[in-house]
Design a protein around this ligand. Sequence first.
Ligand code: TYD
Ligand code: MG
Length: 477
Amino acid sequence: KGKVKTSWVCSDCGEAHGQWMGRCRSCGQYNTLKQFSERNDGGKASGIGVSEKVRSWLPRGEDQPVPLSDVNRGISWKDRRIPLHGTFGKEVATVLGGGIVPGSLVLIGGDPGVGKSTLVLQIAALIAEGHELGKASRVLYVSGEESIEQIGSRADRMGIETEDLFLYSSTDIEDIFEKSQSIAPQALIVDSIQTVYLKGMAGSPGGIVQVKECTSQLLHFAKRTNIPVFLIGHVNKSGEIAGPRVLEHIVDSVLYMEGEKHSSCRLLRSVKNRFGSTDELGVFEMSQSGLQAVSNPGGMFLGEQFSDSEYLAGIAVAVTMDGSRSFLIEIQALCVSGQAVLQQVNGIQAGRASMIISVLAKQAGLKLQENAIYLNVVSGVMLKETAGDLAIAAAICSSFLEFPIPNSTAFIGEIGLCGELRPVSAMDKRINTVAKLGYKTCIVPKSTEKSLRGTPGFEDMKIIGCKNLKEVINNVF
Ligand code: TYD
Ligand code: MG
């Protein structure tokens, strides 16, 4: 029944092409096109692929156009969201834009082993423990990756105890929908999209056809039942498994979980959100008992703190933004005279570093020409923003002059070629973080000094505005 339509879909950006090509016309990636066949069942687009039985219990959507004035006006997304409490819950809720939107499909992507299953299990437990809705609420956690015993022992280790969290091991999407019907959960979790399949569709689980179709079905399910669905997707560059990139177009929200192997820090970043800002970043720490929100993330990347008597020359603190969050990072410089002239930088763009060194030499009169200069950002963070220029310059001055900067001082500002300090974005957010971490002094561009001085909360901090590098050197050294 129906014709089979074949197209070529890019596994990276999801763009469909009429024929095979070596390179995707849309995103420019090579070798990403995969054959994709869908059955065209004569215009009956709704509920394609789901059996009659499953379709019959799905609540029907509106069959007729509805005047805007009749649609639930006045009830904003905010009022309908399921809030999440506790420090962990609040952090997750922030990334989601203020809580879980009923009927939304949220994709959580990330490298295998980063902690996606742990994250969703904790979210599931929060809802099931009933603190969220004021009543016990069932949650269905379906895993195609692990047995229920495995999930159970993980939940044990994390200290989760609730009657209302239901675990189920399945990969058949229709079966998952049927079980959802009998349990009637407040939220459904599917771990992962790469393991589920829809009967009657071509392709193997994890292949682009199944991944796309199952995600569409889950979206359909979420919208019809108003049950929020969390869907996990592994990121895999090999191309065999359809990457969550393809799915980003289908789902409502996309969160990416990031983290280094050797570090316990985990970042949850919102990259798409139909119900909120994509500027949100959650900061967690992976512990023995699961993920914990980091209470003061601004200071996470700082190196060891020294007491007054042991300040070291060559260290300055910069303030950078990542999404809507600001972080303090420590820049180290080492100037060695009488050596072969060289510049070695780590964590800073080499071109930017050279420019700052040249400006210091020419506009501030530092005799850096005969020095080997090493620059490093502590904790392996990459400083991408020009807002860190001033801290880089300060670290170099400190090492060159062998004059330690008190470690209660932070630097914010971009440096121009004439040695002038230029304002940067989100100044108040940056200073807020500096103040929260107990810093006493902040060096900023002159033009932003005035507006910051009056700001409540910054009374205890000395904000020093400087026009150019010479003024900074006079003020600090
Ligand atoms: P997991 O959630 O299984 O990752 P994913 O689903 O993204 O593949 O978690 C992976 C790692 O997290 C695993 O190596 C063990 C570690 N972990 C902890 O450190 N503490 C914990 O409480 C849990 C549950 C896991
Ligand atoms: Mg997992």
